[in-house]
Design a binder for this molecule. Structure first.
Ligand code: SAM
Ligand code: SF4
Length: 386
């Protein structure tokens, strides 16, 4: 048996008590084994013992060059936004992408249909602010009807969510992620450069009344909203809402701001609420790790791309508004699907291009902070689709 044979890996993982997908992502040994196999030209693997199963109705499974199952695509529908968050978008002077360059909903749907045929079963609609694009709910309805797609969710700043709730519920949408970095009106105005605090809270209240599956996302920043961590977590006390803390990634404007590491947020929450217990169940589509808090109806989640890299379990692709299919947020690699769609090519060509983008997925991102050489400063979350 070779040193890195697949047979050895489950026992190694069992020995290290890697019983879940989340444990696997956070284990440096597991990542190292993936890398060693890649370097030695060995076939990719995923341990049989881990719960990695495609969720789609099809039997197709799309794997990247490292054996990771790719079943989730984030689809950006616009780079425009009705807020200007300090870590994401400058207050003015943004060069908007011309309308003609942005994929039409029909073109996006064609790509999503091809992706579903390959094994993408979960889609997150994002932006920019997706709700500023006219016709969004009709698009979501079409996505929901696409064979193979089992989950369609939306990420929004919730400024106008209240106006679209009835339509959204009617589409059968599977969940909404609401970005809310603070419960303090002044801090909200500072972060978002907008006066929409009351409107956002109203939208959140209405979304809860509508019994939507809600996740609240907060990006803590040093000296800005770190004091909001505990009040925001309280939103999970009486409702099943998950409150998640996303580590600031050094992209674009965010490269000039300081993140608050997961360990520190965890400690703040522990001091406020007592012991947080690991939640082993599955929640959401992506890389968050979840905890239960005594007496809380909802869970607390962490998405920490820097301090707890989850690349070994990365299951996602990103389709930008202009039709670039990106295998990794931090990588410049991508495949221009718009050229294929607008070039009169057939669905088989789209499927082949998607497969080639999947094979470009790097083994891990390279967000190395503090090395004084951040090549990601020129990237913009609102363009890529956060
Ligand atoms: N406008 C919508 C919203 O704010 O939810 C969707 C797009 S926004 C780019 C998606 C998510 O990316 C938001 O939750 C936002 O907080 C997050 N985000 C933006 N820039 C980020 C960064 N540099 N690091 C971590 N998260 C970031
Ligand atoms: Fe707009 Fe979302 Fe970026 Fe804030 S994070 S500026 S709401 S796209």
């Amino acid at each position: 048996m070779s040193k890195y044979s697949t047979a050895r890996i489950p026992s190694l993982l069992t020995f290290r008590r890697l019983n879940s997908y989340k444990d696997f992502c956070e284990c440096k040994t597991a990542v190292a084994i993936l890398y060693l196999r890649f370097k030695r030209g060995k076939a990719p693997f995923m341990p049989d013992t881990l719960p990695i199963k495609p969720a789609g109705g099809y039997n197709f499974v799309m794997q990247d060059g490292f054996g990771r199952i790719i079943d989730y695509m984030r689809v950006s529908v616009t780079d425009k936004c009705n807020m200007r968050c300090v870590y994401c978008m400058p207050p003015e002077g943004v060069d908007w992408v011309p309308h003609s360059e942005v994929l039409s909903f029909e073109e996006t749907l064609r790509i999503c249909t091809a992706a579903a045929g390959l094994g993408i079963s979960k889609i997150k609609v994002t932006g920019g602010e997706p709700l500023v694009r006219r016709g969004l709910t009709t698009f979501i309805r079409s996505l929901k009807r696409t064979p193979g797609i089992v989950s369609v969710t939306l990420t929004t700043n919730a400024l106008v969510l209240g106006d679209f709730l009835d339509e959204l519920v009617d589409t059968g949408i599977d969940g909404v992620n609401i970005s809310l970095d603070t419960l303090n009106a002044d801090v909200f105005r500072y972060i978002t450069r907008s006066d929409g605090f009351e409107r956002v809270l109203r939208s959140l209240g209405l979304a809860r009344e509508a019994r939507l599956d809600i996740k609240i996302n907060c990006v803590p920043m040093r000296g800005v909203n770190e004091g909001d961590v505990v009040p925001l977590a309280e939103l999970a006390r009486h409702e099943k809402t998950a409150v998640r803390f996303i580590e600031l990634m050094p992209l674009g404007l965010a490269a000039n701001l300081a993140p608050v590491p997961q360990s520190e947020i965890f400690e703040r929450l522990r001091q406020a609420f007592g012991a947080l217990r690991v939640f082993d169940g599955r929640l959401g589509n992506g890389p968050a790790s979840y905890y239960s808090v005594p007496g809380f109806a909802g869970k607390i989640g962490f998405i920490s791309a820097i301090s707890h890299s989850f690349c070994a379990a990365c299951n996602r692709l990103r389709l930008t508004g202009v039709g670039l299919l990106k295998p990794c947020l931090a990588s410049d690699a991508g495949v221009d699907l718009k050229a294929i769609v607008r070039g009169g090519k057939d669905d088989e060509a789209i499927a082949q291009a998607i497969s080639s983008a999947v094979m470009l997925k790097p083994i891990r991102h390279d967000f190395y902070q503090g090395n004084g050489n951040n090549q990601h400063k020129k990237k913009n979350m609102f363009r890529i689709g956060g």
